[in-house]
Design a protein around this ligand. Structure first.
Ligand SMILES: Cc1ncc(COP(=O)(O)O)c(C=O)c1O
Length: 382
């Protein structure tokens, strides 16, 4: 445990969410280095903190936005651009990856000529009526076996319907730019990516043969984070992907990706504090000042299993760690391994908590949630 972190917790209070922008920059550069053919669109949903968007904007990243508000968060940084440069940035560096967009959003983004995904005929008609300027990317349903969060049950058309949907979009006077997929978040079965690329390649070549001028593939997110030692290495996945890109696709196409978790998960550490201790049915329950309605919301929405370390040392025992609210659902884990002798006021540390955590935190029961402290390495940000 870095002593500096403890000093910060003493100074700023807990729960304290330490967000290291040097790590975000490092993750972005690792991604670019190992996937040189891929344009990297940060999926803002993973953590929409404006400082993160700023850091990645300064690194030259592109952005995957799910809503008009997320779009505007990126737009803030190009507001001062000349109109032509703004238009170019939006076309080249932003994708609306939510396959369903409400009519109001479509009307608002129409003036920007956005790139948007779709996966059904009603969406085609809606885009035709409210945002004719858009470029379209067809989202496929692909295998997401074993991924921490599966996507196929809510998004993507059946591969067998893809040609029909490409044709329908063209008939509606819209331009289909390419094909996308998402293999599920925290994808540790790399076969999902190879299957998805094979399915995409078949449709892509078939569409080109039939005269549709597709020029982009979007491999979505899913890039795994080393939450534990069993998690497969990103570098290995990148090697596999590069080989498949070269084998399956011509050089003249654009390949883009929408990594969220990979950019931010490892950049944050949470320091929480034990505020109560009780023995329930023979097991020690530590009540801490953060929970599933707050920074640990990923336990619910992201199917994430958090890790805990204690600052105090001692013989480990199985215990429960639960949140501060009055809801009995607010249990973070019933099987943590923590020293047996922890006391009220002791601090707990949770690593790799940067993705899908503060992004979905609420103020339930009147608790504010963690203070976010931005760092550049060991230094607090100016
Ligand atoms: C369309 C889309 N793209 C990208 C992402 C980011 O995925 P990940 O965090 O697994 O990289 C998500 C996550 O929900 C998504 O829905």
């Amino acid at each position: 445990m870095k002593k500096k972190w403890l000093d910060l917790a003493a100074r700023h209070g807990t729960p304290l969410f330490l967000l290291d922008h040097d790590v975000i920059r490092g993750n972005y550069r690792t991604f670019k280095k190992h996937l040189p053919r891929v344009q990297c669109y940060y999926a803002v949903k993973a953590n929409s903190n404006p400082e993160i968007v700023k850091t990645l904007f300064e690194e030259g990243a592109s952005f995957d936005v799910a809503s008009y508000n997320e779009f505007m968060q990126v737009y803030e940084y190009i507001r001062h651009f000349k109109e032509k440069d703004q238009e170019f940035f939006i076309w080249d560096k932003i994708i609306f990856s939510n396959t369903i967009k409400d009519r109001d959003t479509l009307r608002k983004i129409k003036r920007y000529r956005p790139l948007v995904t779709y996966d059904n005929l009603d969406e085609v008609l809606k885009i035709r009526d409210h945002c004719k300027s858009a470029g379209l990317v067809l989202r496929l349903k692909v295998p997401d076996v074993g991924s921490q969060v599966e996507m196929g049950s809510k998004f993507g058309c059946e591969p067998g319907d893809a040609m029909k949907l490409i044709r329908k979009a063209a008939d509606a006077g819209l331009k289909v730019e390419g094909i996308s997929f998402h293999v599920g978040s925290q994808c540790t079965h790399f076969d999902n990516y190879t299957s998805a690329l094979a399915i995409t390649s078949d449709i892509f070549h078939d569409a080109r043969k039939k005269g549709f001028d597709l020029n982009l593939i979007d491999i979505g997110g899913g890039f795994p984070v080393p939450y534990d030692e069993q998690a497969p290495r990103f570098e290995k996945l990148a090697g596999l992907l590069n080989a498949e890109f070269d084998r399956l696709f011509p050089d003249d196409i654009e390949i883009i990706a929408e990594p969220g978790r990979f950019m931010v998960a490892t950049a944050a550490t949470l320091i929480s504090e034990i505020i109560g201790k009780a023995r329930r049915d023979g097991k020690v329950f530590y009540h801490i000042n953060d929970g599933v309605y707050h920074t640990f919301s990923g336990v619910v929405y992201d199917h994430w299993i958090p890790n805990f370390r204690a600052v105090r040392r001692g013989r480990p025992e199985v215990c429960a760690v639960v949140g501060p609210t009055c809801d009995s659902f607010d249990k973070i884990t019933l099987s943590a391994h923590l020293p047996a002798n922890l006391k009220i006021g002791d601090l707990l540390i949770t690593d790799n908590i940067g993705a899908y955590s503060t992004a979905s935190s609420t103020r339930f029961n009147g608790f504010d949630g963690a203070v976010i402290l931005h760092l550049d390495g060991d230094r607090p940000r100016a």
